[in-house]
Write a protein of this length. Structure first.
Length: 358
């Protein structure tokens, strides 16, 4: 018959193994209590692990779309705010033109001219609005400032190319500058022809100067995928009709209201400016409507994405989720076990054969 020896060292080694194993289990349980999921999904699920991986991937993809939609919605909201500024400036300008009528009072015309200048400055500033480091109205050229400053003057005293183009066009058509007193001889028919056939095309057709002198924007707007099947327009462009006519209506007021014109000629000019301002307002409102539709589609897409994600998360939780209360209870029991093991180990270390031989 063989007997196995039992020593305090053997017991201490067993205690150390117990403590080591318990500590490892504690790490896993702490993770499960914190995350609500298995610490080692592969070990727990076995063959079902692939299902958990697929669900996790789908959830992350939906979250990625939601995050991208948030960025697109921020861009749309900022665009709407900028368009509101332009629209307000256009409406103020239109009211100013309407109020002029046949008025020839210099103070009234000077005030109206200043209103046109303010409207142009507001328009330029709003058109160059950026968000998250991207210009909102540059189309796909988001890193390019879309609108030139009409009233800019460089260090050499040179005016902007847009203003120079206006001055050249006026000089070429009438044979004089806008400041020439001889402008009083300009007839109503000449003014109408100049505005419709010379000046307006400079703004409404790219071949006559808008994209050369005013806009650096792309005609192609930014599009964003908002769901697995939907793509929407999420930007506007400074090349749209609303922007073009706003520039035209503002320049007429800034450059020509102070001219020495006859009452009939000025009336013709102002009526055309009112018409152009109306087209600017309509164009800006159309842009707002288009962007508003995109905002609504993003909202609807986000609602759908959220519902899909909730369903996937529920399925994933049923696979990988743990009972937090049960895990917490196990964790407390392990803590008690470790504390007891430490206590026993300490007592065993104090045992000495000398105490029994003395």
């Amino acid at each position: 018959m063989k007997t196995s020896s039992i020593s305090s060292q053997t017991i201490q080694n067993a205690m150390r193994l117990t403590i080591s194993d318990a500590q490892k289990q504690m790490v896993d349980l702490q993770k499960e209590v914190t995350t609500g999921e298995y610490a080692d999904v592969g070990t727990q699920l076995g063959a079902q692990t692939s299902s958990a991986v697929d669900l996790t991937r789908d959830s992350l993809r939906l979250q990625s779309l939601s995050d991208a939609n948030s960025i697109a919605d921020t861009r749309l909201s900022a665009s709407q705010a900028a368009l509101d500024q332009i629209l307000s400036a256009a409406q103020t300008l239109q009211s100013t033109y309407v109020s002029i009528g046949n008025n020839t009072d210099n103070a009234t015309l000077t005030t109206a001219q200043q209103t046109a200048t303010n409207a142009l400055n507001t328009f330029t500033s709003a058109a160059n609005t950026s968000a998250n480091g991207e210009y909102l109205f540059s189309g796909i050229n988001t890193d390019v400032k879309p609108m030139a400053d009409y009233n800019a003057v460089d260090s050499d005293g040179n005016v902007s190319s847009a203003k120079q183009a206006f001055d050249d066009a006026f000089q070429s058509y009438f044979g004089m500058s806008v400041n020439d007193s001889a402008t009083s001889s300009i007839t109503s028919d000449q003014m109408k022809d100049f505005l419709e056939n010379t000046l307006e095309p400079m703004f409404t057709t790219d071949t006559s100067g808008w994209t050369d002198n005013w806009s650096s924007a792309s005609d192609t707007t930014v599009s964003s995928r908002i769901s697995k099947t939907e793509v929407v327009q999420t930007s506007s462009t400074a090349n749209s009709n609303g922007f073009r006519y706003m520039g035209l209506a503002s320049v007429i007021g800034e450059e020509m209201l102070s001219m020495n014109l006859s009452t009939d000629t000025r009336s013709t000019m102002v009526n055309k400016a009112i018409d152009y301002t109306g087209k600017a307002i309509t164009g800006i409102q159309n842009e707002q409507t288009q962007l508003g539709l995109s905002q609504q589609r993003i909202k609807d897409a986000n609602d759908s994405l959220s519902s899909q994600k909730d369903i996937i998360e529920t399925q994933l939780t049923s696979l990988t989720g743990v009972d937090a209360y049960e895990a917490s209870t196990k964790l407390n029991n392990l803590q008690s076990l470790i504390e007891t093991s430490y206590t026993l180990t300490a007592r065993l270390q104090k045992l000495s054969l000398v105490d029994y031989l003395s």
